[in-house]
Design a protein around this ligand. Sequence first.
Ligand code: CA
Length: 234
Amino acid sequence: MRILIVEDESSMARSLASGLAGEGYTVDVAVDGLEGLARAIAEPYDAIILDLMLPKLNGYAVTAALRDRGTRVPVLMLTAKQGEFDQTEALDTGADDFLSKPFSYPVLLARLRALIRRGGSPQGAVLGHGDIRLDTREHRCWRDGEEVALTAREFALLAYLLHRCGEPVSKGELLQHVWDSVDERDANVVEVYIGYLRRKLDRPGEPSRIETVRSAGYRLSGPTLATIASISHG
Ligand code: CA
């Protein structure tokens, strides 16, 4: 079971992440709403624990954006206090449950389990970018209708670049999101994997679709990302 925690308070995020990891969940953490949304779209999570008050994009906006894309992943929203929180608005934007801080950890676990039971199997989507198709649930990729075999790391790297397409993405960011590392000494692994992706996705004699942006990192050029289909198997 894979859980995404979107929480900007690092102590809260850390304690939740270690608690849930101890329960056997695989946990990712995003520290603001935009990052949370990008991850939630790119990966097939079984549930999302989403703080309401977040930098860049608040919890309401993240949930609304997910639901607009047809993503049905269960969302448990965390709220700081009764006053700032509108239960009706939370439900309107598509949150499945909510819990106000401070909460008891056993209650959070029970709510999370209930949500996952109701949510069924992981959700995903087929994303399109030019001639590339990416199935985020089955982790499969096609170019021009022909399947391209990608390793899990290559897939995660491509999915992240796709979600940021048109923007330069630094090696540090890719390390953090795709390798869960903040050690810049690992940056050459990013170059190596960009090379693998280029070999698998580019056409001989044509410029690479993954541009190198001098002193900034990489940019996936081309059209904007489109959701071709939402997948929900229950
Ligand atoms: Ca917060």
